[in-house]
Design a protein around this ligand. Structure first.
Ligand code: SF4
Ligand code: SF4
Length: 385
């Protein structure tokens, strides 16, 4: 039996968050029982993009602050590292994300180094999995003595859920992330990439910001903020994600990459074998909107595998909302977002025939200007579900 601590926390108020994080970790024996004073502890928040905390897209700075202080109390040295999603040719979105999410302010206040994984030395590490021969990982990740995943509780249009495990896709430096989306357009293979990276990084601990999460078509601006009201912690990030996904309304068999991680011995993904500690009551579970693609996860695997890609919703740019900021264009792994001309007007359009439906464009669009359009069969499935 592995343990996940889940503590009620209904608002982002410094003392309230601090106490909830402290209690969650104390339920598991305290951070002292995991970390040594001489350790360099890498904290990996989810800073998907340059978003203010109230959009609920990124780990809240008060949760980060509470975790840094806990680490500092052990005598260990915390550092905070991230490579954000999305890509712009002319600037590092990670640097902007550090600033706009409130991370930079917290780190400055507490004297903690921030590491932009897009800008530091990285090395190729042999992949134990089957997707690629090796992954390029920052030395700062490989040299850390202890790694804490510090995700936000969110839905995800492609993988349905993102938490402590998928958070480590953000250790892959900027452009490389696009490369794996390009090489593995099939969602099942892409989920194997996520698990391969998780296995390589070997997270020691996870603490999740589930105070206000993201439902609907997360994990970016298209999602809907939802007050779940919990801080979760576990030494098993797979188990933590399984519990947190349950809070959004998923069953423990629905998030395929968590089950894959469990099959590979990287954690527990069956609720029967996870002990939930703390004071977060089951009665507080609510019904949230899930991503439009979630309905597909109810299909049996032998039907789903060959059909999934075709059935998935396709992204369409809403010309009224699009500011032509070009974030999606620069971030599209398949390079299928095209600039079109209509008289004096230019606009962006997705070449449907070449789109792999990775949904990176929707994830990174700062203006919620990419909608998902369901196909007919998909609507039928939703109707009969
Ligand atoms: S769809 Fe979004 S990301 Fe793409 S150019 Fe328009 S506003 Fe920018
Ligand atoms: S258009 Fe969007 S969904 Fe299609 S391949 Fe490009 S980033 Fe992925």
């Amino acid at each position: 039996m592995v343990s996940v601590a889940s503590i009620s926390c209904d608002r982002y108020q410094e003392e309230v968050v601090q106490e909830a994080v402290r209690k969650a970790v104390a339920e598991l024996g305290g951070l002292d029982s995991f970390v040594s004073p001489e350790d360099r502890v890498l904290i990996k928040p989810n800073l998907l993009g340059p978003k203010p905390p109230e959009e609920a897209v990124t780990t809240h700075p008060l949760v980060l602050k509470a975790v840094i202080e806990l680490v500092q109390n052990t005598g260990a040295k915390p550092v905070v590292g991230e490579s954000s999603g999305g890509f712009l040719v002319e600037e590092s979105l990670t640097a902007r994300a550090f600033k706009e999410t409130g991370t930079e302010e917290v780190c400055k206040q507490l004297g903690v180094e921030m590491i932009n994984f897009d800008r530091v030395a990285a090395t190729e590490i042999i992949n134990p999995g089957s997707t690629v021969d090796s992954f390029k990982l920052p030395l700062a990740v490989l040299e850390a003595d202890f790694i804490i995943s510090l995700p936000k509780l969110k839905t995800h249009g492609l993988t349905l859920f993102t938490g402590a495990v998928k958070n480590f896709y953000g250790v892959i430096p900027g452009l490389e992330k696009m490369e794996y989306h390009r090489r593995f357009p099939n969602v099942n293979r892409f989920m194997e990439v996520i698990v391969d990276i998780f296995e390589l990084v070997t997270a020691d601990f996870a603490i999740m910001d589930g105070v206000v999460g993201l439902a609907g078509d997360g994990p970016g601006s298209s999602g809907i903020p939802c007050t779940v009201g919990s801080i979760l912690a576990s030494a098993d990030p797979v188990a933590l994600d399984t519990v947190a996904a349950g809070y959004l309304g998923y069953s423990d068999s629905q998030i395929r990459y968590l089950n894959l991680a469990a099959q590979r011995g990287l954690g527990r993904a069956d609720l029967d074998r996870i002990e939930i500690k703390g004071n977060f009551s089951q009665s507080e579970y609510k019904k949230y909107d899930l991503p439009s693609n979630a309905v597909l996860s109810h299909l049996p695997n032998f039907i789903l595998r060959p059909l999934f890609q075709g059935l998935m919703s396709k992204p369409v740019i809403d010309q009224q909302s699009c500011t032509q900021c070009r974030t999606c264009l620069d971030s599209c792994p398949q390079q299928v977002i095209i600039e079109q001309q209509d008289g004096n007007n230019t606009y962006l359009e997705i070449d449907e025939s070449e789109c792999s439906k990775c949904l990176c464009c929707q994830e990174v669009c700062p203006f919620d200007a990419i909608e998902l359009k369901e196909n007919f069969l998909f609507k039928l499935l939703r109707y009969f579900k």
